[in-house]
Unconditional design. Sequence first.
Length: 399
Amino acid sequence: MGIDVASARVDTPGCENVLHLNNAGCSLPPTPVLERVKAHLDLEAAMGGYEAEDRVEEEYRRVYASIARMLGCAAGEIALVENATRAWDAAFYALAEGFQPGDKILTASNEYVSNYLALLQVARQRRTEIIVAPNGPGGEISLTALEAAILQHGERMKLIALTHVPTNGGLVQPAAAVGRIARRNHIPYLLDACQSAGQMPLRVEELGCDMLAATGRKYLRGPRGTGFLYVRQSMLERLEPTPIDMCSAEWTAREEYKLRNDARRFEISGGSVACQLGLGAAVEYAMAVGLDNIAARVTMLAEQLREHLARISGITVRDLPGSGNQARCGIVTFTHEHHSAAAIVANMREQNINVRVTPLGSTRIDMEQRGLTAMARASVHYYNTEEELERFAEAVRNL
């Protein structure tokens, strides 16, 4: 699939220590990312933080360009922030400033907890209404129901907020189809790409989103404490973020200020330059491997893992199938008839295998609809091997 897995593992020091199947939580970083972060920290220690930042100013600007190249947008449409939630919130709350009582926000049943909490807060404060679109037959958002809701509510529909790859269930939402509907109806569209960035190709024009939030630490294999926000240039003039500081605006007169005219109006000064340089290295590394190659291998490994688990007595694979030709993602969720998800995770950790619990509160609506309280989640990446999957399956079989 165009990936030299052996070289990728040599480039990943953590592979010597653990069988890492928690890439949807935080991937193992490759050596170039580690080296870039450490080198800049050494530079800060040697000459001072501001002075070190001045030294790498040109490289720092290239981080925006790298992300823009990955997404197929302009560098001025990218803001660097601390994580995906910070990125999502920055866009959402800026847009919510214009919401009025009775306005509608449409989302899906598997929207992530942090996003849904923000929806609830704005609904309480501004008396807006959250509309949860029903699922299609494969568990994905129903496009028919989405269009019906838009037809019903008309101009009161102020936002479509969708998580591209939900935190559980293996599903990949039809984000591009939703984007076409949003654009046709002139409705702002905010896409959470927290789990899809680095796992599959993302082109914002194809997705049709006006805003996109992502993190560095998951499938992009970047440092923790990094993320980015894409905002379409035509949306920027509609959005005034809060808070602002000297990074996002200029103090033009005693009673006046002027926001930046690019997406960096969503940034606050004082971020980790070392980690953001590491994010740039991670993005370049992913593009060198090839996002199409990554998507193909991750999909293949995840399907192999589902087959291994399905053959184990007492195990139920809980991944949703989706519809059409859309492949499932690298997130594999399952339950055991005798062991809780927490017990499975603890048992695996004793064997140096990293998996995670996905609890009821992470996607409450989806989990309640499916009658689930918790699942074990194993999330593969391209540097995992078929032998690792067999070892993990055997460990589950021997619980």
